[in-house]
Every structure is written in structure tokens, then in C-alpha cells.
Design a protein around this ligand. Structure first.
Ligand code: NOJ
Length: 532
């Protein structure tokens, strides 16, 4: 497992909306450089930057027109190199976004591929051989190209699917994954990765990582084989490079394909959803972190634990505060509920990701019309709020020229005020990250064991090495037992351990969280043996 990931805390930057250094109304790479000290002070030591490549921006840059060119609106390739260098000077690693499953319909490869006469790119995308042969189970487009057949889409209409081949071809136009045409796609993508690694990035967040082979088996063994071919070659030359997949199946992504980390994403009805965004179940929000949700930690653990058990020796599950595709937690959770959610995220194993603006509790903007294919996601993509000045410090441009409007609510949070207020969410985030950096047992690797978790009951207690975490998101008060010799090193709300003989009595107040650390060798041993 990549060593630097052990203590990594990532910060995700949506470059359009982070900081506009040249006053044209949209964020840029120089803007990110100018804010690196802020990120460092917060405690994050790694970045994930959403796509910054040349693009028609019909899907916010996930429709790449040129993988090797920074979009003019963000700057130049030289700015990207400077960003990597400046980040490294501050001990910050930088992962950039790789979109391997599709390109923009305006990519040169696709223009060539659409031509009637055969050329090097004819099979770079998935085309059927005849206009009326649809591609079963996959959306496709016909009637737009000179050549015969229809082409398959990977996401929006503007995103034709690259051709990595078929695990078991059944039609003459389907190639096997080791066909020279498909190997050429694979090689082209590895070449893009190499291009940016040579320029100094530290790895990639891989978009729709599981989508390469369209007709795959249940284990995605075709797609896994492709990564198993690409990644070791890159690690040979860039041994520190790290890769995080948008897969949401860590066993496949980590054990199958060889990724270092896999995101645990919010999908309707899944474990993460039950924690934070279980908005409507029989008309009620049952989210575990809602004080009135009467939520059930087992909905999360029943899914999480098998995933964790299968991957804890080989890679990391990444819990996220949010991302550019998901409504921010402020949509439904209060400040205290969010603090408890973050306390959980930053004390769990794996590698955590913080989405820009989540450290100050930026709102989810329900009211905004879609921008660049954002739809409901647009509400989580608004400009970062730096201070109370013009455009909340995001840009010097006229408000009408901003990429998206800034939050105009009188109580819109901003970084400057949050830093001054010791009770702000910003300080909770900063303290939690500092706590994690200070103790190896709270970082990515140390084994996490559930001590107490019961359906619709509180608290949730888990331990990692010499540390015990107690989490009660409900409004109830309860009493538990904890081995003697533990000291509270971090707490939210009313929670304490009172010494009574051999063990201490834990008094757990409403909406509280605490981290207890063994103070003696005896306590450490007691913690190891402790079950409830
Ligand atoms: C996942 C990305 O996170 C999302 O923003 C994008 O629209 C799709 N993949 C398509 O690339």
C-alpha cells in the first residue's frame, strides 16, 4: 500500500469555482496556487482537482477535447506544472482527474473515427457496423457521422464511449479486449497518464473507472485486466503515484484492478446514503446522523464491514464529506449533525476526502438552473466563499459574469469569518484533521473494530489501536462502560468517562462524540481485549 496515503487527507477542488486569480469570473490554476497555504493550514496534504483539460464543457470538463492541454479558461500546461511544484513545496500531493471511458464528441480521435474512410482511429470508439444494429442495453447515436453504423455513449450524448473491447465478443463489430485496436486505446490512455506524471502530478482520480469493458462479467474481470496491465508499468517509473477509483466496489477496484483507494459514494439505498442522505423512506429522513432520524448504523455496517474486511490489507476505502456530484450535507443536516458526521469520517480507516467549502458549511443551492450539464449537481458547485467582500472574495469580475452566482444569503459562511470564530465548523474540521495527523492509530491503516453497534440503538462505539471512539447522533442520553485508564483527547457535546473501579462509566449526552486514548499500557491491553 502506498506509504504516503497512510496519513493523507485530501481536499477536492472544482477548479471553476475555487478562486479566480485573473478576474474573468471563473476559477483558474493560478487561483489554486494562491490558496495552497490556506489548504495546508487547514491540514489537508493532498488534492484532487476535477478535470482541467480543454473541453467544450457540456459536462463541466468530463467531456475532454484534448487530454494534454489545459483549458484556456484555467490557464496553461505551464501553470499546471507550477501548481504541482508549488504544492510539493508545501508537502501537498496532487491527483488530477482522468476520464478514460469517453471523450468529448469534439476530440480529434472522435472526428477521425467518424470518417467514412478507414483510419487509425476507426475503432477507437465503439461503433456497430450497420445503422440499424443498435447496441443492446447501451444508449447509442446514429445519423451524425459519415461512416456506417451507430456509436455507443458512455454518459451524456456528448460523450462517445472509447473502445476497450468486449470480454466475449458476439458480433463481428465487437473486438476482444486484446485486439490491436483496443490495445491502442489502452496505450493511448496510459500515454496520457504518463504525460501528466512526467509533468509532476502524483496520480489520478479515475472517472467511471469500472466502465471500460461494456460487456464484462460479474467480477468486471475484463476491466480489471486492463488496469492490471496499465498500472504496474506506471508504478515502475513513478513508484509514488496513487490512484483512486470512482467504482464503489472496493473488492473489484482494489483487489481486482489494483487501485490504491476506492470511493464509497452516495447511491440511493446504500450504506453511505443511510448515514447522511436517507431523505425519504416512508416520508421520513432516517439518516443516521439526523438527530431525529432514529437511524440505524447497521444499514451502513452491513455493507461496509464486508467491503472493509476484503480490502483492509490491500487498499483503502475513501469516505468523502461530499463531492461535485452529490448534494452537500447542509441540504438536510444541522451544524452539530455535520460536526458528528465529520468526526466519524475523519476517525475511520481509509483515506478521507473533504470537498471544497464543506469546511465552512457552504450551502447546497436548490434554486440554481443547471450549468454545464450539472443539473441537480449544480447546487454543490458554487463559488468558494472566502470573505464578506465583493463576490465573497471569489472573483473581481462583475457578479453577472461569474461562473455561478455566489451565495447571496445574509448568513452565507465565509473563510475569513469562520477562521475568527472558535465555534465555527472550520475549526472542528481543522481540529479533527490535526487529531488524525497526530495519531497513527487514527490514520488510514490501523484496524477498526466495532465494539458496540445495534439496530436503531446508540451509541456507536469503535476502536482503533489505543483509541476508542464513541458516537451518539441521537437526542437520547445513555450510559456505557469503557475500560479504565482512558483519557478524552477530543470531544463534541456532553460526553465523559467517570472512573469507577476496574472500568469507567461513560456518560453519553445527546448528539455527542469523543475520542478516548489509552493512557497506560494496561489500558491499551484492556482496549485490545475489550468487547461489549
Ligand atoms: C462522474 C463524474 O464525477 C461526473 O461529474 C461526470 O458527469 C460523469 N462521471 C461522467 O464523466
Amino acid at each position: 500500500m502506498m506509504k504516503w496515503l497512510q496519513d493523507a487527507v485530501f481536499y477536492e477542488i472544482y477548479p471553476q469555482s475555487f478562486y479566480d486569480a485573473n478576474g474573468d469570473g471563473i476559477g483558474d490554476l493560478i487561483g489554486i496556487i494562491e490558496k495552497l497555504d490556506y489548504i495546508k493550514e487547514l491540514g489537508c496534504n493532498a488534492l484532487w482537482i476535477n478535470p482541467f483539460y480543454d473541453s467544450p464543457f457540456k459536462d463541466a470538463g468530463y467531456d475532454v477535447r484534448d487530454y494534454k492541454k489545459v483549458a484556456a479558461r484555467y490557464g496553461t500546461d505551464e501553470d499546471a506544472v507550477r501548481l504541482f511544484e508549488e504544492a510539493h513545496k508545501r508537502g501537498i500531493k496532487v491527483l488530477i482527474d482522468l476520464v478514460p471511458g469517453h471523450t468529448s464528441e469534439e476530440h480529434e480521435w472522435f472526428k477521425e473515427s467518424s470518417k467514412a474512410e478507414k483510419n487509425e482511429y476507426s475503432d477507437r470508439y465503439i461503433w456497430s457496423d450497420f445503422i440499424f444494429n443498435g447496441i443492446e442495453g447501451h444508449p447509442y447515436i446514429g445519423g451524425e457521422a459519415e461512416r456506417d453504423g451507430v456509436y455507443m455513449l458512455n454518459f451524456f450524448k456528448c460523450q462517445p464511449a472509447l473502445n476497450y473491447g468486449w470480454l466475449t465478443p458476439t458480433e463481428p463489430w465487437q473486438k476482444g479486449i486484446d485486439d490491436p485496436a483496443c490495445l491502442a486505446t489502452r496505450k493511448a490512455m496510459a500515454d496520457v497518464m504518463r504525460f501528466w506524471l512526467e509533468k509532476g502530478c502524483d496520480g489520478f482520480r479515475v472517472d467511471m473507472a469500472d466502465s471500460l469493458v461494456k460487456e464484462d462479467d460479474a467480477n468486471k474481470s475484463g476491466t480489471c485486466r486492463i488496469y492490471r496491465d496499465i498500472l504496474p508499468g506506471l508504478w515502475h517509473d513513478f513508484p509514488q503515484a496513487a490512484f483512486v477509483s470512482e467504482w464503489n466496489n472496493p473488492d473489484q477496484a482494489i483487489n481486482g484492478a489494483g487501485f490504491d483507494m476506492d470511493f464509497y459514494l452516495n447511491h440511493p439505498g446504500n450504506g453511505v446514503n443511510s448515514l447522511f442522505r436517507d431523505y425519504i423512506t416512508e416520508g421520513e429522513d432516517r439518516s443516521f446522523f439526523r438527530a431525529d432520524g432514529h437511524g440505524d448504523i447497521m444499514k451502513f455496517l452491513e455493507e461496509y464491514q464486508p467491503r472493509y474486511n476484503k480490502t483492509m490489507m490491500s487498499g483503502y476505502i475513501s469516505l468523502i464529506t461530499c463531492n461535485h456530484d452529490t448534494p452537500r450535507l447542509t441540504k438536510t443536516l444541522t451544524k452539530r449533525e455535520i460536526e458528528l458526521a465529520y468526526a466519524f469520517i475523519f476517525t475511520m480507516p481509509g483515506v478521507p476526502f473533504l470537498y471544497y467549502g464543506d469546511e465552512i458549511g457552504m450551502k447546497y443551492r436548490e434554486d440554481l438552473p443547471t450549468k454545464e450539464g450539472g443539473y441537480f449537481r449544480t447546487g454543490s458547485r458554487t463559488p468558494m466563499q472566502w470573505n464578506s467582500g465583493k463576490n465573497l472574495g471569489f472573483s473581481e469580475a462583475d457578479a453577472a459574469d461569474l461562473y455561478l452566482p455566489v451565495d447571496d444569503a445574509p448568513d452565507a459562511p465565509n473563510v475569513e469569518d469562520a477562521m475568527k470564530d472558535p465555534d465555527s465548523l472550520y475549526h472542528t474540521v481543522k481540529d479533527l484533521i490535526a487529531l488524525r495527523h497526530a495519531h497513527k492509530d487514527l490514520q488510514a491503516n490501523t484496524y477498526c473494530e466495532v465494539i458496540y453497534a445495534e439496530k436503531e440503538k446508540f451509541p456507536f462505539i469503535y476502536k482503533r489501536g489505543s483509541f476508542i471512539m464513541v458516537l451518539n447522533p441521537s437526542r437520547e442520553t445513555m450510559t456505557n462502560i469503557i475500560p479504565a485508564g482512558f483519557e478524552k483527547v477530543y470531544g463534541i457535546g456532553d460526553i465523559e468517562a467517570l472512573p469507577v473501579d476496574e472500568s469507567d462509566v461513560l456518560k453519553v449526552g445527546p448528539q455527542s462524540f469523543a475520542v478516548f486514548k489509552a493512557t497506560t499500557e494496561k489500558a491499551r491491553e484492556a482496549a485490545i481485549a475489550w468487547k461489549q
